[in-house]
Design a binder for this molecule. Structure first.
Ligand SMILES: *Cc1c(COP(=O)(O)O)cnc(C)c1O
Length: 430
């Protein structure tokens, strides 16, 4: 059996052990900072879908209420006189966001929603020419990303049939191999304009080597972007060091900022002062000092802020601010450290079941995944997922045959994963 290189080998399949790990866990108290959904008897559900919608921090309400009150009391003056003046509100998110994704403050901004940002980034970084126009994505990219790049190809007059290149797993395999991306670049590098990869694949949970992909793409003259929806707040993205041209992510998954909340966007520092980069502009990308003179010629802000369009929704930003404060309090390094232990324990327990109805397809190496484990179910038996849900284990089913479970280090416990696997065991044995 595969030995996990960085994990303690002394995991034990017992409730006693799980309880002990929770007692030893420095971050265990943070569970109390979140609202944990309950079943109809008032018991905590085992919530393993923070990869889809993160849970609500208890402080979020007060952050939003502050803005509601300032709006009630001040009306339009809140832009300058609110406790956190709305004009500059997004700036209060920058530093904590930069820390989480491994970027410099000038490289990040919070704006728009995720798929919209993908398009805005492509307006700047997908500049097809007659000979270089193709886009590479993972064969199992998130549907929204696939639709976005297909529509970009069509928008520029190319056909996805010819212009879209899929990086596919080999026959009989689930995960993508870097060498196969290298082969694609060797064969078609000259005709590829953009490589756009999900930093952590939503289906398999595979965390790619972002730096290696960026270096490869740049070597062939391509632009490189990452959709880090499943990476932000989950893995160590090191976006600046990766060298990627751009990245986008949402804040409602691991960043716990509420349904449909705003997106984060990264533009590498080397593009920060390039005013010649084509972009779709709005008044919020214009120089702050003269924005309200209203009649000035467009003068773009440096850095990622220079891609903003609109004045942003403050209520949603308040929820982001609340969540980022927790991340800042704990520190992303500690979160990831616990995550590796917790997901390693989850993997250990599942392996101990020794049941070949289920197979984990997520990479085994802790540096090649975040907290999510994707469990492939034999013969795509969806009833297993229904039974798990009925037993109070909240996971999700992704077609064709995978149950995704993400123990989130900020609010899931070792007992959570122990109890989840025990309930699964009971179901599998019945
Ligand atoms: C969650 C997710 C989306 C969702 O996009 P929205 O624009 O926020 O609706 C898109 N792409 C990826 C990779 C995702 O994980």
């Amino acid at each position: 059996m595969y030995e996990n290189p960085i994990l303690v080998a002394n995991y034990q399949y017992s409730l006693e052990y799980a309880k002990q790990q929770d007692q030893l866990d420095e971050l265990s108290q943070y569970r109390n900072s979140f609202h944990i959904p309950k079943d109809n008897k008032g018991n905590d559900l085992i919530y393993l879908t923070g990869n889809s919608l993160g849970l609500q921090p208890k402080v979020t309400k007060s952050y939003i209420n502050q803005e509601l009150e300032d709006w009630a009391n001040l009306g339009v003056d809140g832009h300058t006189k609110a406790k956190n003046p709305w004009l500059h509100y997004h700036e209060s998110l920058t530093e904590n966001t930069a820390k989480i994704v491994g970027a410099k403050p000038i490289e990040v901004v919070t704006m728009n929603s995720l798929t919209a940002n993908l398009h805005f980034m492509m307006a700047s970084f997908y500049k097809p020419t007659k000979t270089r126009y193709k886009i590479v994505i993972e064969s199992d990219a998130f549907p929204s990303d696939k639709y976005a790049v297909e529509s970009q190809l069509r928008h520029h007059g190319y056909s996805p049939n010819d212009g879209l290149i899929l990086w596919k797993p080999r026959k009989g395999e689930e995960l993508l191999r870097h060498e196969d991306l290298e082969t694609i670049l060797q064969q078609q590098g000259d005709s590829i304009a953009l490589i756009l990869i999900g930093g952590v694949n939503y289906y398999t949970g595979q965390f790619f080597d972002l730096k290696r992909i960026s270096t490869l793409g740049h070597h062939y003259g391509c632009k490189v972007g990452f959709d880090c929806a499943h990476g932000a707040g989950n893995v160590d993205l090191k976006l600046h060091d990766s060298g990627a041209d751009f990245a986008v992510w949402c804040t409602y998954k691991y960043l716990n900022s509420g349904p449909g909340s705003l997106s984060g966007c990264f533009v590498h520092e080397r593009h920060a002062y390039n005013k010649n980069l084509n972009r779709f502009a709005g008044w919020w990308s214009h120089n702050k000092d003269t924005r309200f003179n209203m009649r000035q010629d467009f003068n773009v802000l440096p850095g990622a802020e220079g891609w903003q369009l609109s004045n942003p929704p403050i209520l949603s930003m308040a929820a982001i601010k609340a969540s980022l404060a927790i991340f800042n309090d704990v520190g992303i390094a500690k979160i990831i450290e616990k995550s590796k232990k917790l997901t390693g324990y989850f993997e250990f327990l599942l392996t101990q079941l020794g049941n070949d109805t289920i197979k984990i397809i997520t990479p085994k190496h802790p540096n090649e995944r975040g907290c999510q484990l994707s469990i492939q179910v034999l013969r795509a038996d969806k009833t297993l997922h229904h039974k798990l849900t009925k037993a109070g284990v909240i996971s999700d089913w992704r077609e064709p045959d995978v149950i995704r479970c993400a123990p989130v280090p900020l609010y899931n416990s070792f007992q959570d994963v122990y109890n989840a696997v025990e309930r699964l065991r009971t179901i599998l044995n019945s």
